[in-house]
Ligand binder design. Structure first.
Ligand code: ADP
Length: 580
């Protein structure tokens, strides 16, 4: 019962399983002690009847008094133990689960985040773990404890009187069969509820994220209507889900309680035919109400347990997703990046095939080609943000698939189109390049990246908060901050996406100046958009439809008649723009 399958089903750790076993054992003890109270009551009643019929009861009154004291003490002690084993220990488990999930997510390859978006992952770490917490603390031990104690009590009542036992207990298996029968139905309902909840949080996030664009295109109403629709749908699905599980749970509870009626019927019949006395029926009636009570708790929770299995499977999916692993100790010989027969597919869509080229240390290698030809993909693969599907990529002769991604990334600086800035000061945003850099080092990098001038004009200079994702800065300023960050990191490999189309001439010159400092002596792989960069590159790799179409120095390629590069640069020169 508590094997691997159990761990998967409820997404518990080994320690969690131990806690649950303890919780279950204490629940059984608590239930049995509660049952024992009926034994005491039975004894007292028999004695009382004895007194009524003229006997003396003094010694037994003392005995019963002692029993009651012991019973109360035991009951208190076992409840306390049960509480500790079920509630107390679970909170540690919840904390550990959240931490280990976050750790796990950190190691997942980027490709995974294409499949599950932010709202979905947040829902798992917060919502699913919350739901499971409730199940771990309230349901599992109670339910399994109730199974075990009921079996023990059922055996006892069968020994007392099998006819009354059947009359009182028949409802229990029927109730559970009904609930288990409805499990698939409940699961489907709760899957739907979950989807609807995620779509609501997705919708809210999207609306807030894109508020500026939504206002700009004057579409507030449409977006709010969409959101309202999603919220209404979620409400409807939740209510209908709760309603249908509620019906099954209540029906099960009523069926179980029909046992009281059948016990009275069968009992009266047995009394009238003289087979049992009234006291026996009385004690049975008392006993069955005690049998039902732990199940009543459990029944209310069983629906939640079924639903929690969806949460558990979502959690396990994260645990079981393949992470990018590798060795932390690698000896690279220089930092040449070699693509060897690289093939790659996003979710089955092949985008690169048989790509071969080398980006040498100390040189600028420019990737050019039409949009969608696979330039960004090559650049992401070079940093192991995704793993190649075929072939290999080597850095300094070492296959990057064998290197721990975090260790590998310490050798890379990336200056991409979408600069990510955090809602913190300019100083801290640049310091992200190297956490232990001093303020002087940060400012030196900022000067080298041509940031100094605009930073000094900000209200609090380097201590100015720049708003979420640098909302208070212009495109060029943000890009220069990201270059300052890269300069501070001073990693031997630089990956650069040079889309600076939105920058004005002055800004472009400044960014260019900052870049040339960053690139000196490094292995540079640049997704080139401007003729200036392309002509200054040491090597050009032209990609077309996911394959290398041409490769060589700008001069060689330009001299190639009918070459793609030649055609592209002629076109560019003919037009007024500079960008490729
Ligand atoms: P380029 O940088 O040359 O414009 P990309 O490497 O971005 O080309 O894209 C190559 C192909 O891969 C395109 O067809 C694009 O639609 C597809 N693609 C890019 N990123 C993803 C992604 N995250 N998921 C699925 N397909 C993608």
């Amino acid at each position: 019962m508590f094997g691997k399958e159990f761990r998967r089903k409820y997404a518990v750790t080994d320690q969690g399983v131990k806690n649950l076993v303890q919780g279950t054992i204490w629940t059984v003890i608590v239930n049995l002690i509660a049952m024992a109270s009926i034994g005491i009551l039975y004894g007292m009643m028999t004695d009382y009847v004895g007194i009524l019929s003229g006997g003396t009861a003094l010694p037994s009154a003392m005995l019963f008094g002692a029993c009651v004291v012991v019973f109360v003490l035991l009951s208190f002690l076992t409840h306390f133990k049960q509480y500790k084993a079920t509630y107390g220990l679970v909170y540690g488990e919840v904390r550990d689960t959240r931490i280990s999930l976050a750790e796990r997510i950190r190691k997942l390859p980027l490709g995974y985040f294409g499949k599950r978006d932010l709202a979905d992952l947040t829902e798992t770490i917060m919502g699913d773990v919350n739901r499971l917490e409730h199940v771990w603390s309230h349901c599992i031990s109670y339910l399994y404890g109730s199974y075990i104690s009921t079996v023990i009590v059922a055996i006892a009542v069968f020994i007392m009187d099998w006819r009354l036992a059947i009359a009182s207990l028949w409802g229990v298996p029927v109730a559970f069969l009904l609930l288990f029968g409805s499990r698939e139905f409940s699961k489907r309902k709760s899957e739907k509820t979950k989807e609807a909840a995620i779509s609501v949080s997705d919708g809210i996030q999207e609306t807030i994220d894109n508020m500026r664009e939504i206002r700009a295109i004057n579409q507030e109403e449409k977006f709010l209507d969409d959101l309202n629709m999603k919220i209404d749908r979620h409400e409807k699905i939740t209510v209908s889900g709760e309603f249908s599980t509620g019906i099954f749970v209540n029906a099960a509870s009523v069926i179980m309680r029909l046992g009281v009626a059948t016990t009275i019927l069968v009992g009266t019949k047995l009394i009238t035919s003289g087979q049992i006395d009234f006291m026996r029926l009385f004690v049975f009636l008392l006993a069955i109400t005690r049998i039902y009570s732990p199940f009543d708790q459990a029944l209310a929770l069983i629906a939640e347990m079924f639903m929690s299995q969806i949460s558990a499977s979502r959690l396990m999916e994260i645990y079981e997703a393949k992470t990018a692993e590798g060795s932390e100790n690698v000896a690279m010989n220089g930092h040449d990046i070699e693509f060897e027969n690289v093939g790659f597919a996003y979710d089955g869509d092949e985008v690169l095939r048989g790509v071969n080229f080398t980006a040498k240390e100390g040189e600028v290698t420019a990737l050019v080609g039409p949009s969608g030809s696979g330039k960004s993909t090559c650049s992401r693969l070079a940093a192991r943000l995704w793993d190649v599907s075929e072939g290999s990529i080597k850095v300094g002769g070492v296959d990057i698939n064998t290197v721990d991604p975090e260790v590998l990334l310490s050798d890379y600086s990336m200056v991409f189109q979408n600069v990510v800035l955090f809602d913190d000061t300019v100083m801290e945003n640049i310091r992200l390049g190297r956490r232990d850099a001093t303020d002087e080092e940060v400012m030196a990098a900022a000067r080298a990246a041509n940031c100094d001038e605009f930073v000094r004009k900000l209200q609090n200079g380097y201590d100015t908060e720049i708003g979420e994702n640098g909302a208070k800065l212009s495109g060029g300023e943000r890009q220069r901050i990201s270059i300052a960050r890269a300069l501070l990191k001073n990693a031997p490999i630089v990956l650069l996406d040079e889309a600076t189309a939105s920058l004005d001439v002055e800004n472009e010159t400044k960014v260019q100046g900052a870049l040339s400092k960053l690139l000196a002596g490094k292995t540079v792989l640049v997704i080139a958009h401007r003729m200036r960069t392309v002509e200054a590159a040491d090597k050009i790799v032209v990609l077309k439809d996911g394959k290398v179409a041409e490769e060589g120095s700008p001069k060689e390629l330009f001299e190639k008649p009918d070459g793609i590069f030649r055609r592209m640069s002629m076109l560019q020169r003919a037009s007024a723009g500079w960008s490729l």
